[in-house]
Design a protein around this ligand. Structure first.
Ligand SMILES: NC(=O)c1ccc[n+]([C@@H]2O[C@H](COP(=O)([O-])OP(=O)(O)OC[C@H]3O[C@@H](n4cnc5c(N)ncnc54)[C@H](OP(=O)(O)O)[C@@H]3O)[C@@H](O)[C@H]2O)c1
Length: 317
């Protein structure tokens, strides 16, 4: 599989990753009810076989269960040889975490659950400051890079100004800010207007696009006729209501017809559109081997420039 680098770190990863928020989570998703660890293990195995070796997780996903499952799957795959995974996990800036030791302790716990000595990427989940402040936080992360427990540092949900500040604090230590993980899809294009995409491009920071399929909406399987209804908390979202889905019909039809031209699915077209923006790595969530296989097919081909424009014009948000 082709690779891209994480910002200016020189670390090579696949151009598309796998999101694992749903792995072990039964607050928003319905882990244990609609899918289980066996399906997730198959998803992991298929991902490794397809070269999709970048996994995004977080200490809070399933209260640690996402990291725990990833750790188990890596260990179980080991007898077959080296498992070439790049794990991107996240630190949550809780109010009572107010000094550098708290960062170090959180990382120790994540590494224990993942059963790994080091992670490729460690991201600050939200730009909350509380009592610690960004300077202490970035210094603590830089120390962990120097100790080798983190290979690269990222942030998530940071505005352009917050991202610039974090970038500067790390630059003072000679360490690049590798990524800003933000919501980005055909249905969530705020970063194109609020300066985040432009600042990331200027500073050489890669964008990891979360919810790149708008939590399943852009797969085209949820339609206004309600033949299939979403599981978990999505049932409460107005976007998944018949009225919300009705509004999406023109875009879903275009994804479908472009997909037919390339022998691809709407989800693959939606992910390919994100990659076409440049400097973006989508991290679609996958709950089973089929979804992993399908999402792997989002790369290795390219929408024409006019088609990228056509999708942008129709999505309009
Ligand atoms: N940093 C942050 O604050 C933040 C926030 C949100 C997410 N994230 C990260 O981003 C990742 C992805 O975001 P997300 O899970 O919110 O949304 P998403 O990737 O847009 O949608 C994922 C969901 O779409 C469906 N799906 C995926 N591939 C499919 C396919 N090929 N065909 C049909 N259905 C498919 C699955 O749900 P169903 O099969 O049930 O429809 C899946 O759970 C997360 O796992 C997490 O790692 C980060």
């Amino acid at each position: 599989m082709e690779t891209v680098t994480l910002g200016k770190t020189g670390i090579a990863v696949p151009p598309i990753g796998i999101g694992t928020w749903a792995w072990g989570d039964n607050l928003f998703w319905s882990y244990g009810k609609d899918y289980d660890a066996t399906e997730l293990k198959n998803a992991f195995q298929t991902a490794i076989e397809s070269g999709m070796t970048l996994f995004d997780t977080a200490e809070i996903y399933g209260f640690g269960e996402s990291e725990r499952l990833l750790g188990q799957f890596i260990q179980q795959a080991k007898p077959l040889g080296d498992v070439p995974v790049a794990i991107a996990t996240k630190y949550f800036p809780l109010p009572w975490r107010f000094n550098a030791d708290a960062v170090s302790d959180a990382l120790t716990k994540s590494l224990k659950r993942l059963q790994l000595p080091t992670v490729t990427l460690y991201q600050v989940h939200w730009p909350f400051d509380f009592f610690m402040g960004q300077t202490t936080l970035m210094q603590a992360l830089a120390d962990e890079v120097q100790q080798g427990r983190i290979q690269a540092i990222g942030v998530s949900n940071y505005s352009a100004a917050q991202m610039r500040h974090a970038h500067q604090l790390l630059a003072d230590r000679g360490i690049p800010l590798a990524v800003n993980q933000v919501q980005y899809s055909l249905l969530a294009r705020q970063i194109e207007r609020n300066g985040v995409a432009a600042a990331a491009q200027e500073l050489g920071i890669t964008l990891l696009a979360y919810s790149p399929l708008a939590q399943g909406l852009l797969t085209g399987k949820y339609r206004a006729d309600r033949a299939i209804t979403p599981t978990g908390a999505r049932q409460l979202s107005p976007q998944f209501s018949p009225k919300g889905l009705d509004k999406l019909e023109p875009l879903l039809n275009l994804l479908q017809s472009l997909g037919e031209q390339y022998d691809r699915t709407p989800a693959q077209v939606a992910l390919n559109w994100l990659i076409a923006q440049g400097n973006v790595i989508p991290i679609p969530g996958a709950k089973n081997a089929d979804q992993v296989r399908q999402n792997a097919g989002a790369i290795g081909w390219r929408l024409a420039a006019a088609e990228v424009e056509q999708l942008a014009a129709l999505s309009g948000s």
